[in-house]
Design a protein around this ligand. Structure first.
Ligand code: GLC
Length: 435
């Protein structure tokens, strides 16, 4: 297909003010692939035809679906928003869209799944976001490309000539219009994804500018991710399955809003036999790592075909939630520490600019002391306590330690006195009140 490159002169941005406060959200990947239970890309991986994939639609029956319970689990984990796959790459829609029959209401289950989700999460005080797949391996006008299940099927490829991606692009605008007019205020729309180059798809296939304009017109403040292949359109960037090494910036060095999306075990959809689940502690450290670099974490759950979070997911959410219960203050409203407060080794720093508090996450428990080196520490630390129990942490000028190294009293470093044993919390945090 001949494509013409287009960029927009004007890109309005959404309201990120809540997003950079809330920091922690839940991603939910749920669809017909949850029944295959071996990756949400199963149709692609196994090159399944529509007919072969049909059995998952025919047997879709989430009788244990209880979005109130999902919302409760998300809130208890300390999450403040959730993004659900309204449509994933297989094309199946969770809501009662009038533009296709490939939707929940036409399965044996027969009921809309999106409205109850939206209501339950809002009731629980969480914001709501919609993931919407740009790829669609079911729509009749969607051409076969290198990411398509039928990519090696010459006959299927021949049919491309008869297909019209413009009709598909219009279908997306119509569906997105439904999503943004029938469910009240939506806080995030998460388009996924563009894959340029040979045999790929990008902004000119999706008609990204038009899609973007529809979204902005219907929900001016909504946050739009950066996967439309439309330069300047993203309100936030989306590192996936990796963690940035430092606060992310644009090409001019200006800080940008970002959200890492991460999985428990590698796949996004429910995967019964994937056994390499990340340790709860690693997930918690990932959250802290994000905030210490100005980022958010969108942590994914893949509910089962019956509509539940399995126990591996639940136990990890609980682990994080137990920590968040006492340590949310070092996450919400926090960001990277100012550069004059260098982070000591084995630790991670976050900072709340409004409260003027610095949070030292002690990842590797030291012997008895941690040295905080830098004039800013000497000048600004007013009081220190553990966050989990508000017990004082004694601090002092670091002269004693300097003497041990054969020097005279140092004026540029503060040491804190810690108990020999690590307190009984996953990651202890020292809260510093700044002058
Ligand atoms: C990838 C995958 C997809 C998943 C997404 C989440 O783009 O295609 O399965 O939904 O990552 O970020």
């Amino acid at each position: 297909m001949a494509v013409k490159q287009s960029t927009s002169p004007k890109m309005r941005h959404g309201d990120t003010s809540w997003f950079v406060q809330d920091r922690f959200g839940m991603f939910i990947h749920w669809g017909t692939y949850s029944l295959a239970a071996r990756h949400e890309w199963v149709k692609n991986h196994e090159k399944l035809t529509q007919d072969q994939y049909q059995k998952y639609f025919d047997h879709f029956y989430p009788d244990l679906y209880d979005p109130k319970e999902w919302a409760r689990l998300a809130r208890q984990a300390g999450m403040k928003y959730a993004v659900l796959t309204t449509k994933h790459h297989e094309g199946f829609c969770l809501w009662d869209t009038k533009y296709t029959d490939y939707k929940a209401t036409k399965t044996r289950w027969g009921k809309d799944l999106l409205k109850p989700f939206v209501e339950a999460f809002r009731d629980e005080g969480l914001r709501v976001g919609f993931y919407y797949s740009l790829l669609d391996w079911h729509h009749p006008q969607y051409t076969v490309d290198r990411c398509h299940p039928q990519r090696e099927d010459a006959e299927a490829r021949k049919l491309n000539a008869k297909k019209d991606m413009k009709i598909y692009a219009k279908y997306m605008r119509d569906q997105v219009t439904e999503l943004l007019t029938k469910f009240g205020k939506v806080d995030v729309i998460w388009f996924d994804f563009s894959f340029g180059g040979d045999d790929g798809k990008g902004r000119d296939h999706w008609e990204s500018q038009k899609l973007f304009d529809v979204v902005r017109k219907l929900q001016p403040d909504i946050l739009i991710d950066n996967r439309l292949d439309l330069p300047g359109s993203g309100d936030f960037v989306t590192p996936e399955q990796w963690q940035p090494a430092k606060p992310m910036t644009d090409e001019n060095g200006k800080p940008i809003v970002w959200e890492a999306c991460q999985t428990f075990s590698g796949s996004w959809g429910y995967y019964r036999d994937e056994l390499n689940w990340r340790e709860p502690d690693e997930l918690l450290r990932t959250l802290i790592d994000c905030v210490s670099k100005n980022g958010n974490l969108l942590l994914n759950v893949g509910p089962t075909g019956r509509g539940e979070f399995d126990d591996r997911a639940q136990s990890r959410l609980k682990y994080i939630g137990d920590w968040m219960h006492r340590h949310g203050r070092s996450i919400y409203g926090c960001q990277a520490a100012p550069p004059e407060f260098p982070c000591p080794p084995g630790c991670n720093l976050t900072y709340n600019p409004k409260e003027k508090r610095l949070y030292l996450h002690v990842l590797n428990w030291p012997y008895k002391h941690i040295h905080l080196t830098g004039k800013a520490y000497v000048e600004h630390l007013a009081y220190a306590q553990f966050l989990h129990d508000a017990s004082e942490v004694i601090m002092g000028l670091d002269s004693w330690h300097a003497m041990q190294q054969g020097g005279s009293a140092r004026k540029d470093s503060v040491s804190i006195n810690l108990p020999q044993m690590k307190p009984n919390v996953a990651v202890p945090v020292v809260e510093f009140f700044l002058k």
